[in-house]
Design a binder for this molecule. Sequence first.
Ligand code: NAD
Length: 507
Amino acid sequence: METTAPHDVIGRVEKGLLVAGQWRPAAGDPKFAVEDPATGQTLCEVADASPVDAAAALDAAHAAQSAWARVPPHRRGQILRRAHDLLLARKEEFALLITLEMGKSLAESRAEVQYGADYLRWFGEEAVRIDGTWKVSEDGTARVLVTRQPVGPCLLITPWNAPLAMPARKIGPAVAAGCTMIVKPAPQTPLTTAALAGVLTDAGLPDGVLNVLPTTRAAAVTEPLIQDRRLRKLSFTGSTPVGRLLLAQAAGTVLRTSMELGGNAPFVICEDADLDAAVDGAMTAKLRNIGEACIAANRFLVHADIADEFTDKLAARMDTLTLGAGTDSACDLGPLIDQRQRRRVASLVNETVAAGARVRTGAVLPDGPGYFYPPTVLTDVPAGARITREEIFGPVAAIQTFTTEDEALHAANDTEFGLVSYLYTRDLNRALRMTEQLETGMVGLNRGYVSDPSAPFGGMKQSGIGREGGNTGIDEYLEQKYIAIDMTPPAHTSGAREDRARPERSQ
Ligand code: NAD
């Protein structure tokens, strides 16, 4: 068994770019440092791709596309299922890598390895289920054959908060559909993506199908790709402002896009809720990934009758948590990703308190190295406060109260985001009524998590376009083609129409 000492794990990861099946330095050999957020120390240096490297990656993806599209679906599925097995065989090593560069606890990183591997397996199974349809045209003169084929070379841009699961959720369906791709990981966490690419290569993915470009110059590297007519698809997971920018760029080439963007999840607790279950769900929805999740509960909307009891229980649970390096199994909550993020969270909290909120627990920055922020509960959060409008991306619970269902729904929907909402109630009728009216792509009903490879993950409103996972996730990487087959009998056969010239339909 391979060792999982941090030094060995970092040492084994490729530090270059993957282009046409070769790991290589960036043109001119520039590099950038990858930091351990628990210490602020450099873990290692990684090649820093330039636009020249990006052009080479697209050349490779384009050159590999037509042969890859002809590889039998069964084989594509086999590669993904084999990658799933290889990944899980190295679960500890991958978990350590995630923890070292991203900060979350080893327990959470293990869960991410499992979750990412599940997407590879899921799409490995979907690869053989790409079907089409056949029907008789409504006037009987034609047959309507609809096939689905790979959309073509894809650019996959991913964030740092789940450095294995986010690329796996895109690579899985792209491979299953028969697309080639270029992955651009976030500069904070390029190592896990490089190691994942290694696993896919070991599983048999042909050269050029998957190319990887770590870079600190995201816009300079990706914009020329988006403008290149050979690129056929952009799938992005990241913040809504960057998503808007990329959509504007994609308009230039009318590029197909999938957008998994930011969230501002309301966590609504009705007066009839099972309060202990709601506290359990709140701990998960708030603290998963140290609060750095698009599906993190951002706004707690609690019925006024139970708000004090909920706050007491939540604060008591948060007070039991220990901050510390994710590699330390005695610690529950790791650091935030970087100094910038820690300053952002601290300023959001300070501003909310200055506007009248009360600190129930937390909000005091710990001494020492690393980007730690304590689990924090704020009550009496004023309506419209910035903390209720922006993604917090930290372990801070902002609590507001409501008295009527309409008030709760109005507050929950009063945001441009629409990724996920959480609802706790024991009243079935109310649950159905409210879930119908929540303007989010996903709802956790009496449940603090929604992530599931077999479910369609994605948002409404400015949280995104398209869905990842589930039965429709592969559709994002497929193009429909309709073949109109003429079935009008030849003029000499009996039953032929007297007039074969059919009036043209409008387009
Ligand atoms: P980000 O938008 O800053 O960066 C995401 C990726 O885009 C990174 O790889 C980054 O290097 C790249 N990027 C940044 N600017 C770019 C540009 N101008 N052109 C091209 N690429 C660019 O987001 P982040 O801080 O890495 O991640 C956190 C965000 O991601 C949060 O908003 C979170 O909600 C969102 N997110 C959404 C989902 C989802 O499924 N909806 C999942 C995870 C994270």
